[in-house]
Write a protein that binds this ligand. Sequence first.
Ligand SMILES: [Zn+2]
Length: 476
Amino acid sequence: MPEEPELLLKSGRVLDPASNTDAVLDVTVRNGSILEVGASLEVPPSTEVIDLAGKWLMPGMIDTHVHVGGDLDGITDPGVGLRSVVQAGATTVIDLGGRMERLVAGIKNHGSGANVGGLGMLKPGVTLPDDDPDPYTVRETLNTALESGLLGLKMWGGYYPFSMDVTADIIAACNERQAYVAYHVGTKSSGSRLDGMRELPAILGDNARAHIAHINAYCRGSILPPAEEITEALEILESLRGQVVSEVHLARPNFTRGECDESGNVRMDVARNCLRLRDYETTRESMRKAISDDYGSVVRQSPSGLSLVTGEAGVKLFDEADSLVGMSFPVNRADTAFQLTAAKRPDGTFIIDAIASDAGVLPRNVNIEQAMNMVRFGALTPLEMAEKLSFNPARMIGLEKKGRLSVGMDADLTVIDPEKGRATMSFVAGDMIMLEGRAIGSGGTLLITEAGVSEAGKYGLESEVVDLTKSLLYAS
Ligand SMILES: [Zn+2]
């Protein structure tokens, strides 16, 4: 007797880039997996049926760059971003730089049913003794991260830069273990800008592999006119084809830190760049002026997430926290994000693999809305959108049963209402976790590597082992 489905998703426009399918079809689900995909499937009367006529159905959105662990200034409630990512249509997210204990607490507090993987942050004084770790310390730190269940490491070059040699050594250490490694560019000899990108060929050499985060953030016009920065950034990525994976986010506001030192200077490279872009000096007084002028905003935590406060109210928050606040500036350019997202090689493949949000807790979970704007404009086909939002992200992490909408794959699915231009429903392993923008799931499955199995067993959460040798970083 054939297996009976539990759920029938009827008459949605199925978008599966892996099989190049774009057609109105039925999809059935059983035991968390896709049982059948076809036209007018017959099901027994006991099957739950959801009518998706007029809606688009794609493999669940995978966001390879979020912040849900809450290791950011002013955010004390771990996991508050996990609701936001699910509300925006994500079914799997990768926390780019945090600590496992915060991630676990976050999933317990606010988990909304999404799958969550994380990378360990490299912060001198917190996860590393200083900003000049020797190779032994680097490998010990990586081992601790992997054994805690994290998938690898993240370097925040715009905040805690290392020398080029140490940066290269951290990447080498991750490559030796075939761990995931993500790099927000910038070293002690460059910045979180195009000059940081220019160092990549020297840092990576002929063989090293890394995920290069938010390429759009290095094309804000700090060094060259933005159009020239875009061209050069794409050339650099193309010269490293097979060695790097990358993503772009499509939101205008950035996020950074306001922190100033004792002599009244802004400490963080990213924040200094934001001030310079509008000809402010990089001092505490200039930062207060930029907030008062409504250019800079201070990030405020509320029970529902974060909001941005500018003007005199923002200056007050900045002063009360003695500059230790999250900050946001409207520095990401729409033209840049658009061009980087759409850029293709002569063979028709995308130079930048994915759209990610760099959001989570930050109020800019706009992957699907902005990608739908690009679809409406004709810059992406619906299938290409699904490729950038799910298929390529799955390949980046090596999630072989995700990112595809075909028989035997995980029933992680995102439904988009093309008229509203946003996600209206999503499922993880066949269970609905979001409906009309409300997160209705709970908990979450932790994505870990084999090295983390023993520790992860103690967290009281579901976990699933990811084989990173299947990641595009290592498989290509
Ligand atoms: Zn980030």
